[in-house]
Design a protein around this ligand. Structure first.
Ligand SMILES: Nc1nc2c(ncn2[C@@H]2O[C@H](COP(=O)(O)OP(=O)(O)OP(=O)(O)O)[C@@H](O)[C@H]2O)c(=O)[nH]1
Length: 598
């Protein structure tokens, strides 16, 4: 066990984690030249295309140092806030962390939030100043920032470049020298932490774990403590580039387990594996169920595709346990599903996978968060509202609570004013302001989560000219004065366009919403009034004027084939439209409320 080192890499998004991980694999010859492929750890196509790490992965390297063989288990972590729970579990499986900081960008919001997570878990931190090859790198200043943040010595910081491979040897040496060997006792009852799972359509779910105490043996009867399910360890092994089957994995080491588990949701990241016969009494602490943060309706464009959509979603859920959905029906859109996502990025990924992998064309409705509604009749029991149209009538409603977050924003001092105005406009309350250096400021706000779902990232980027980074953590539910804003098209309410809005901005948003819909809904053969209403009260109105000309009118001389072509083209253009009453609504219109500032 003395020869094992478990470490992870933590960084702000795009500071070069995956690239540096690839260099470590090269340097330890874990990957042969033939297998070498850029960003090896990002194995999903979508990950590679988007250049982000969606799922965490683990890989074992062998490294010879001062004549001794060491096993280095690298646990890669995702960088986006939507997947922060996975970061925290990966961190819990390690003794040390490489803290990567981009030499041009310096410390950013997720550098700090991930660092705090690592420190809470008592990890040894090895600071790495990455991308020193960049012409815009500013190593002296950024090193000072790191010293300030960590309280470390200047010489503790390793200068490196994932691009050129500079500094990689020093990093490997530091891992052996500075990261403590795992503790734990191989003779105690089995206690292993699940920190990841991977879905394989042929072999079922592969569970990735770290043994804290005891041993896991091939064929052993094991139990997952949180779900209370028992399995046999059909195959266990370590993770190199490919899986290497083993007979035993002992305290301190990282491995995979295959036991015929069919669905990703049976395996919970953070759960403890123990022996079914001689179980440990200690569950590894800190297990929590990941809850979806953002909800939206997903509907087939063609109502006939409903069953296909259901089976596609079920298949997606097999390998993505964080996706939740239930059937719902909308007066406007017919049958579809209300889906819960970890965040906006997760929602986009699911939508894209439905289209690419399952060839589905879907309409997604405005995303919203999950509210608690209390009725006058029963003001003590919260009713969970995941769809704005389920909110009780204003006359029956006692109060509504919405989820709040603590937001951390790091920006340059020049933009503090802009960032503050934006956050205040988004109902944020500033709780702290710290100058990290004379130029860089950390701001903390308590804000409603719903305000981040709506166009926050883009606005933040604009007001800070790109010099702001952002991270958040949920801090619970708070009472808010929220009203349901309904939209009527041609006097018919369209439930899929309803949104819960803070009372103070309802008029303003109602007006903008009508204007935006007027822009987005194509003119049709008749006038279409658009109205925004709160309860029975109409607060804004616009009209889409009727189309006067027949589309085929410009076809001179009655050339029938040309006319047919034009009608055909028109039909194709309709693909992403939904007929609601007698009005055709394009997909963009369902997202109108997100784009009010464009
Ligand atoms: N010049 C230079 N560019 C680098 C270096 N390391 C990474 N990059 C580039 O920086 C970008 C981000 O690198 P990644 O390795 O994908 O960053 P990451 O932190 O893994 O990103 P996430 O997985 O999304 O969190 C890519 O375009 C890399 O090519 C470096 O040392 N020097």
């Amino acid at each position: 066990m003395k020869k094992i080192r478990n470490f992870c890499i933590i960084a702000h998004i795009d500071h070069g984690k995956s690239t540096l991980a690839d260099r470590l694999l090269d340097a330890t010859q874990t990957v042969t030249a033939r297998e070498a492929q850029a960003q090896l750890l990002d194995s999903m196509d979508l990950e590679r295309e988007r250049g982000i790490t969606i799922k965490s992965h683990a890989i074992q390297m062998e490294y010879k140092y001062k004549g001794e063989e060491y096993i280095l288990n690298l646990i890669d972590t995702p960088g986006h806030v939507d997947f922060s729970y996975e970061v925290s579990r990966s961190i819990a499986a390690c003794e040390g962390a490489l803290l990567i900081v981009d030499a041009a960008q310096s410390i950013q919001a997720q550098t700090i939030s991930n660092l705090y997570l690592a420190l809470e878990n008592d990890l040894e931190i090895i600071p790495v100043l990455n991308k020193v090859d960049l012409p815009s790198a500013n190593p002296e200043e950024v090193s000072d920032d790191i010293v300030e943040l960590l309280g470390c010595k200047l010489e503790d910081i390793i200068h490196a470049s994932g691009k050129t491979g500079f500094g990689v040897d020093k990093i490997l040496e530091a891992i052996v020298e500075r990261v403590p060997a795992p503790k734990g006792n191989p003779d105690e009852p089995l206690q292993a932490l699940i920190f990841d799972s991977v879905y394989n359509p042929f072999r079922g779910v592969e569970v990735i774990f770290r043994v804290i105490n005891g041993q896991i043996k091939k064929g052993q009867k094991i139990k997952f403590m949180a779900t209370d399910h028992e399995y046999f360890a059909d195959e266990i092994g370590t993770l190199k580039l490919n899986q290497v089957a083993k007979q035993v994995i002992s305290a301190g080491d990282v491995g995979y387990l295959i036991s015929g588990i069919k669905e990703a949701k049976e395996v919970k990241v953070g759960d403890t594996i123990t022996d079914a016969v001689v179980p440990t009494t200690n569950m590894i602490s800190g297990f929590e169920d990941v809850k979806p943060m953002v909800f939206a309706g997903i509907y087939p464009v063609d109502t006939e595709d409903y069953e296909d959509l259901r089976s596609s979603m079920e298949k997606l859920q097999l390998n993505d346990a964080s996706l939740v959905f239930q059937a719902e029906s909308s007066a406007a859109l017919g049958f579809g599903f209300r889906c819960g996502f970890l965040g906006m990025l997760h929602m986009e990924i699911i939508q894209e996978r439905l289209e690419r992998e399952f060839n589905m064309t879907v309409i997604t409705t405005v995303p919203n968060v999950s509210y608690f509604a209390y009725t006058k009749k029963d003001p003590d029991t919260p009713m969970i509202v995941n769809n704005p149209s389920d909110l009780p009538e204003p006359s029956k409603l006692d109060r509504v609570e919405e989820p709040y977050i603590k937001a951390t924003i790091i920006t340059k001092s020049d933009f503090v004013g802009n960032v503050m105005s934006l956050c205040i406009e988004k109902r944020g309350v500033i709780t702290n302001q710290t100058y990290l250096t004379p130029e860089r400021v950390e701001l903390n706000f308590d804000m409603p989560l719903a305000e981040i779902v709506f166009d926050f990232y883009d606005r933040l980027k604009t007001v800070s000219k790109g010099y702001a980074s952002f991270d958040y953590h949920p801090i619970g539910m708070r009472t808010s004065k929220l009203v349901r804003l309904d939209v009527l098209l041609n006097a018919q309410p369209v439930d899929a366009l309803s949104a819960l809005i803070h009372e103070s901005s309802a008029y303003h948003i109602g007006k903008k919403m009508c204007e935006k819909l007027k822009e987005l809904i194509p003119r049709q053969q008749f006038d279409i009034p658009i109205q925004a209403a709160i309860g029975a009260k109409v607060i804004a109105r616009e009209t889409i004027k009727a189309l006067r000309k027949d589309v085929t009118a410009k076809c001179y001389g009655g050339d029938i084939s040309r006319k047919r072509k034009l009608l055909e083209k028109q039909k194709k253009g309709k693909k992403r439209m939904r007929q609601v009453g007698n009005v055709e609504i394009p997909q963009e219109a369902f997202m109108a409320v997100l784009k009010l500032n464009d």
